[in-house]
Write a protein that binds this ligand. Structure first.
Ligand code: FAD
Length: 482
């Protein structure tokens, strides 16, 4: 097919819902053709993981703000629902599209879809270009000295960070509009919950979209980053950036985040230690994607197949108590309620609650991963399974299985005054700090004064820590461990 110079260019937006630092959009604009900007809601292509409920909420809000941002500079966001290959083939044919750009994704199903579509469109005479916009480094560009993918974070980090990272692209100021094509109405996609509307806490907590990402980044640079190295493990503080959902949906790119903190360090507005620690966290995200790319079954299969015969238990009651934040361990319950109320949980507490499900409950990590996938606004195809496997002990560079978090000690260490627990488990708010992480140790008059009746207003521990620990170690030994 031959195309005229005015044949439009298509930008297929996916996990890159932003105008600034969007390599696919920047390359498309450089062609100076009319632009069609498209998002496809694809719940149908086999092998693509359907977004969970909280992530769908984030997606809907991000698309609404992106559409407004695009209109402000003269363009229009086109929304279509269906299997992406069919939607795009139709659009390309009907609108006479000459070129297509997208930023890459890294899940096996998405890679396969992109590869297939690229081949079909190329055969039809359409020029397709993919770009790197979601990661600092493409996973296939990093290999160990022996030519293998990395399995250990520290050498991965050393190698990746030594490559530096590119400067972010500025946001476009205007867009050359494409042809007037019919679009779905965002409301018809029903990405937001109704009956019941459980998203009130999400709305109160987050401002999805590019402006929200900029605001969160600036708030972090003004506040949280100061003391991040020492404070990022404390759920009772405000030290972490809360950028994860913005990075997940590409409202912000990692190159933008990295450039901003590097600039702050160079300008003397942030301490080197804090910036270095934050930078390494961004590279944990890169590491997860490296693992996902080289081990496509990350969300479904044990990375370490030694866990394939592990004796996981079925225990619906335990799982239900965990999901609802009613295990009787305050730090676990606070975390699970933070997740339910806000769609997010502090990293330290994610580790504690995940360990509790997998080790105290002996429940398969995939069950927890699936719950997080449904309830996190930052539910990420790489970070979520990589982190669950890390906690479970089955992952790459994982915490050893036999290291079993004691939820009381974790609470006392990282939430020493109990401020985090008091906030999310208000029925315990009046307990003194010395018992807030183990209310069953409180004297009867202490409980009475705090209005706590164990087994009635707050549950007794669902398992006893020492016994659960022994059971977990025993299960590990029986499955072939030492
Ligand atoms: P900050 O401390 O400000 O870190 C900045 C960014 O670095 C984060 O936004 C994130 O993109 C990245 N990052 C930080 N810690 C990690 C980490 N341990 N692994 C990978 N990337 C990291 N993160 C997700 O983005 N999505 C998930 O679905 C997810 N599931 C998790 C499940 C479990 C069981 C655990 C233990 C961790 C999970 N994480 C996940 C990683 C981590 O908890 C979150 O990225 C972090 O809490 C986000 O908060 P923040 O933006 O304030 O982090």
């Amino acid at each position: 097919m031959t195309h005229t110079a005015s044949a439009p260019t298509l930008v297929w937006l996916r996990d890159d819902l932003r105008l600034a630092d969007n390599p696919a959009l920047a390359a498309a604009r450089a062609e100076e053709r009319p632009l069609v900007l498209l998002y496809v809601l694809d719940d149908e292509t086999p092998g693509l993981r359907r977004l969970g409920a909280a992530a769908r909420w984030w997606l809907g809000r991000s698309l609404a703000t992106l559409a407004t941002d695009i209109e402000r500079i003269g363009g229009r966001l086109l929304l279509r629902r269906g299997p992406a290959d069919r939607v795009i083939r139709d659009l390309v044919a009907k609108a006479g599209i000459a070129r297509v750009h997208w930023n890459r994704r890294y899940e096996a199903g998405a890679i396969e879809l992109d590869r297939r579509l690229k081949a079909e469109l190329t055969d039809a005479g359409v020029d397709v270009t993919s770009h790197s916009g979601t990661l600092l480094h493409e996973p296939w560009t990093l290999r160990t000295g022996s030519g293998r993918p990395y399995r250990v974070f520290t050498p991965f980090y050393r190698a990746a960070a030594s490559l530096g990272s590119r400067a972010p692209f500025a946001a476009p100021r205007e867009l050359l509009p494409g042809p007037d094509l019919p679009s779905d109405a965002l409301d018809d996609w029903e990405l937001e919950p109704s009956g019941p509307d459980w998203a009130g806490g999400l709305r109160a907590t987050w401002q999805p979209g590019e402006a929200g990402a900029r605001a969160a980044l600036h708030a972090f640079l003004d506040g949280g980053i100061h003391g991040y190295a020492d404070g990022h493990d404390r759920p009772d503080g405000e030290h972490t950036s809360r950028l994860s959902p913005f990075l997940r949906f590409g409202n912000l790119s990692p190159a933008q985040a990295l450039a901003a903190v590097t600039h702050a360090a160079e300008a003397g507005e942030a301490q080197g230690r804090d910036v270095e620690k934050f930078r390494s966290e961004l590279y944990w995200r890169e590491f997860s994607y490296h693992l996902l790319f080289h081990f496509p079954g990350l969300a479904t299969a044990n990375y370490n197949d030694r866990f394939d015969g592990f004796g996981w238990r079925e225990d619906a009651g335990f799982e239900r108590a965990w999901r609802r934040g009613l295990t009787g361990y305050p730090i676990v319950d606070a975390g699970m309620r933070q997740l339910w109320q806000t769609g997010w949980m502090h990293n330290r507490v994610r580790m504690v609650v995940a360990s509790f499900l997998v080790k105290h409950g002996l429940i398969d990590w995939r069950r927890g991963e699936a719950w997080f996938w449904d309830t996190l606004v930052d539910a990420d195809p790489a970070n979520n399974p990589a982190s669950w496997q890390w906690v479970a002990g089955s992952g790459a560079d994982a915490a050893p299985y036999f290291r079993i978090f004691n939820p009381v000690l974790q609470g006392e260490k990282f939430d020493p005054d109990g401020a985090y627990v008091r906030h999310f488990v208000p029925e315990l708010a009046k307990l003194p700090s010395e018992v807030i992480h183990q209310p069953w140790r409180a004297k009867p008059d202490m409980l009475r004064r705090a209005g706590v009746e164990l087994g009635a207003t707050y549950p007794r521990p669902i398992v006893e820590h020492a016994a659960a620990r022994e059971r977990a170690l025993d299960a590990y030994r029986r499955s072939g461990g030492n």
